[in-house]
Design a protein around this ligand. Structure first.
Ligand SMILES: Cc1cc2nc3c(=O)[nH]c(=O)nc-3n(C[C@H](O)[C@H](O)[C@H](O)COP(=O)(O)OP(=O)(O)OC[C@H]3O[C@@H](n4cnc5c(N)ncnc54)[C@H](O)[C@@H]3O)c2cc1C
Length: 462
């Protein structure tokens, strides 16, 4: 993306809360030497990430890593905090490529220590070189199930079981899209070979219904479920582990575009709420663009091609110095994006929120873990007349904690829609985004000072 902006003679600033470039997939490992063989140092994602970081370092882009953006205003002033204090930058145009948040559909005991996100487990494995647990249950849906299980086994951990919400028929439907990516097919095959060699049982079309602590360990109960994710009769299984890595898909991170009041729509297949945009990432607001999974879940390869399109669109809209060269790039970039997105869309579909799964959440289960709001409290607010998620937020504090509803928002909206009998998620709306977008301390904004540093205004003349 930045290549096209810089080549068009524009000045580019890049903000990222991560300490270096690469996002979630091409992240720079903290430990280059793998611990206990976790995360081969020469794997393809790491090499691609290294190439990306070299290209960026050699470019004219001004980078601000380890800078969480906590506010963006309508004139595209971006406020961030960093190791050297707060800073801001005002731009003519803004490209938002903020990625995703992991979704966990709550179940009894999901907030127990030792239960972690499936995608979060990839960070432990890839970046920290740490096993999620010595004995782990891997549960949820999507390609990260096999990725986390295989990496854990390769790192010397034991995966006691894999509980996959999807059934064989769900996976079979993704086959035409998988065949468009022989490289990923091979990778998936290698993961499953590692898993089957370790003798790990896979419970297809099963969901976790309960987790309880048992003498420093966790006992998970797995139940068979239907295609909508609703537990059904049949034999339940229990697994005793010290870690549960569970994830039910990804939701686009839209807090910046929502804060800027761009038009949004709900797409179950794209992972949830997304900014409405044209194929090159132009949103409803002039000179505001979206790219990557934040614009709808489509995977890492498609995020890169989408970034190219947004970069080209932005450069052209700002009056690039070389428009004909950029215009020639658009069609090939669109074709590359359509190809790359096919696989990602199939995976996003597999991980889409399943209505029966949400319906089956028990009344006493916590939905908003920042504010400890249960399903029963959400249902009571709906029965008392809440018809919009922001009413729900004001009445129950659901989504009002430090994560700003990133974790609970999708499930809370689905619960509200179903309880009040609304026919779409648009009817009940989505949480309004609010600053600070990331938790920020007052100290980080004010810096170090003593009382002597505070300017005392002159007293007004009497
Ligand atoms: C925790 C997690 C782990 C994942 N692991 C894998 C994996 O191992 N393999 C895989 O195929 N897919 C993985 N995924 C899915 C993967 O993230 C996407 O398919 C892919 O990374 C999309 O690329 P992107 O550029 O759109 O977003 P990302 O790669 O997520 O990049 C978004 C960037 O925006 C930054 N950002 C967001 N908000 C702010 C803010 N307010 N201030 C500053 N910076 C901000 C983030 O730090 C990040 O670097 C993971 C997803 C998550 C949530």
């Amino acid at each position: 993306m930045q290549r096209w902006l810089v080549s068009a003679g524009l000045t580019v600033a890049l903000f990222d809360e991560n300490p270096s470039a690469g996002g979630q997939v091409y992240r720079d490992p903290v430990y280059r030497d793998p611990i206990d063989g976790i995360g081969a140092s020469n794997n393809a994602d790491q090499q691609a990430g290294d190439a990306l970081r070299c290209e960026l370092a050699a470019s004219k882009v001004t980078t601000f890593f380890a800078h969480p953006v906590w506010a963006v205003t309508g004139d595209y002033r971006v406020d961030a905090t960093g190791p050297n204090g707060p800073l801001h930058c005002t731009a003519r145009a803004l490209i938002v490529a903020s990625g995703t948040t992991e979704r966990v559909v709550p179940f009894e005991g999901w907030t127990t220590p030792g239960v972690i996100g499936l995608a979060a487990a990839t960070i432990l494995l890839k970046s920290q070189g740490v096993l999620p647990g010595r004995s782990t249950l891997v549960a949820g849906c999507g390609p990260l199930l096999a990725a986390v299980a295989a990496k854990t086994i390769e790192g010397g951990g034991k995966v006691e079981a894999i509980a996959d919400l999807a059934g064989t028929s769900d996976w079979a439907r993704t086959l035409p899209a998988i065949l468009t990516r022989p490289d990923l097919l091979r990778q998936g095959f290698n993961w499953w070979r590692t898993i089957s060699r370790a003798g790990t049982p896979r419970y297809a079309r099963h969901t976790i219904v309960r987790v309880e602590p048992v003498e420093q360990r966790l006992r998970a109960t797995l139940a068979p479920c239907d295609a909508a994710g609703r537990p059904v009769g049949g034999q339940r299984a229990t697994v005793l582990v010290d870690c549960i890595a569970v994830g039910h898909g990804l939701t686009p991170a839209t807090e910046i575009t929502r804060l800027l009041r761009a038009k949004h729509g709900y797409s179950r297949e794209a992972g949830g709420w997304i900014a409405i945009a044209d194929q090159d990432g132009r949103t409803s607001r002039p000179l505001l663009y979206v790219a990557g999974d934040g614009a709808g879940i489509a995977g890492a390869a498609a995020a890169a091609t989408h970034g190219t399109l947004a970069g080209l669109a932005c450069a052209l809209d700002l009056g690039a110095s070389n428009p004909s060269r950029l215009k020639r790039r658009i069609e090939p970039a669109r074709r590359a994006h359509r190809h790359a997105a096919r696989f990602g869309h199939a995976m996003a579909n597999l991980m889409a929120l399943r209505p029966g799964h949400v319906d089956s959440i028990a009344a006493e289960t916590i939905i908003c873990r920042c504010e400890d709001v249960t399903r029963a409290e959400i249902d009571a607010a709906c029965d008392d007349g809440a018809r919009d998620v922001n009413q729900l937020k004001a009445w129950t504090r659901c989504g009002m904690g430090p994560c700003q509803g990133r974790t609970c928002g999708d499930v809370a909206g689905e619960l509200l829609m179903r309880r009040v009998g609304a026919n779409s998620r648009e009817t009940v709306g989505c949480f309004s985004a609010r600053t600070p977008l990331r938790p920020v301390t007052l100290e980080a904004l004010t810096g170090d000072f003593t009382y002597d540093d505070i300017p005392i205004p002159q007293a007004a003349p009497l």
